[in-house]
Design a protein around this ligand. Structure first.
Ligand code: AQP
Length: 332
């Protein structure tokens, strides 16, 4: 069976972008693939995380995934640091991948900002850990958004170089799955920036933990322009905030963006926003309620993660043993 690996960082609350851009697609892929869904806590610490917050976020992200429809009984859900294979293979890949490859990664440039000398080594080597995440399970497919394409290319290059260096056909070259309706959700405060967990302003995103009143308030306060809504998609050019809000409506309703443009042609934002609030609350409300219920029983969440980690380890550990043999390490 085709195997998927996909991950989400426990760097804060899950938000609408994570849901529409990733988790909703994971739920759909569960029927067709054997899925490994990972809360990538080791990636999270490439930027400073408060330890107590990190623990809470690992549980909350798990609860959010399950509340959204990820099935931890049928598929594997666990946090990365519980399975040693990720770190073990990442080190080997640190020695396979080339500095030049990592130097070209745009996400490092974005996340390190102006002060690259002060960035952690982990942030620079992050793509090698991502390659290890995928290849330690010999995953055949990886669902990717636009922003992750470059990392998947690197994973393929690393797998290929490992195979060439050691003269083996060991790692498969993982294929991307680009979801047909991959939505890229932008900040509610700035249509040019993606909605992000680490944005300082909580008004920039709709969290999956937000209640109906908070969702309504954030949508009411979302940045817009002064024009009424246009009649065509071309009319959204140069209007990133309007385009984003209509895109959110389309993604939540399962409609094409053009249909939504036609539906709200000539309307004022105040009218459109009321409809968007109703829609967002109707989709996110049940997820929110279930997430809160799950968070009242952290023992259950921890048990889900432990069971997922055991199953993940059962796949990864034999692969790592083979890798060690290929590399020439003596092992216990
Ligand atoms: N705004 C977004 N629109 C669509 N998809 C998004 N994803 C994240 N933001 C958006 C997708 O969610 C998955 C998990 O992302 P992640 O947590 O691993 O890292 P990220 O992409 O860096 O997400 P954030 O929220 O921006 O986190 P921080 O602020 O910590 O960097 C991925 O599939 C991602 O594409």
């Amino acid at each position: 069976m085709k195997r998927i690996f996909s991950g989400v960082q426990p760097t804060g609350n899950l938000h609408l972008g994570n849901y529409l851009g990733a988790i909703r697609n994971w739920v759909r892929l569960q029927d067709e693939y054997e899925c490994i869904f990972c809360i990538v806590d080791m990636h999270a610490i490439t930027l400073w995380q408060d330890p107590k917050e990190l623990t809470r976020n690992i549980r909350e992200v798990t609860a959010g995934m399950i509340a959204a429809g990820v099935d931890p009984a049928k598929h594997i859900v666990f946090n990365q640091s519980m399975v040693p294979a990720h770190a073990q293979l990442a080190w080997i890949f640190n020695c396979v991948a080339r500095m030049g490859w990592l130097n070209r990664m745009t996400q490092f440039k974005d996340k390190a900002g102006k002060h690259k000398e002060n960035a952690s080594v982990g942030l620079f080597a992050y793509p090698n850990l991502m390659s290890a995440d995928i290849l330690t399970y010999k995953a055949t497919h990886v669902p990717v958004g636009e922003d992750q394409k470059q990392h998947l290319e690197l994973a393929r290059d690393t797998a290929q170089k490992f195979n060439n260096d050691f003269g083996v056909e060991f790692f498969p070259l993982p294929e991307p799955i680009i979801p047909p309706e991959a939505a890229r959700i932008m900040s509610l405060r700035d249509g040019a920036k993606k909605m992000s967990k680490s944005d300082e302003s909580d008004y920039s995103r709709i969290n999956m933990t937000d209640d109906a009143d908070t969702i309504a308030l954030k949508i009411r306060k979302a940045k817009t322009d002064l024009e009424p809504l246009p009649a065509t998609l071309e009319g959204l050019e140069g209007r990133p905030e309007a385009s984003n809000l209509l895109g959110i409506y389309a993604a939540l309703s399962g409609k094409e963006k053009i249909q939504v443009v036609t539906q709200f042609e000539g309307k004022q934002f105040s009218d459109f926003k009321k409809e968007l609030v109703d829609l967002a609350v109707s989709v996110l409300g049940p997820i929110n309620t279930e997430m809160k219920r799950l968070m009242t029983d952290t023992n259950h969440i921890d048990a889900v993660l432990r069971s997922g980690a055991e199953r993940a380890d059962a796949i990864a550990a034999p692969i790592i043993r083979e890798v060690y043999d290929i590399v020439g390490f003596l092992r216990p």
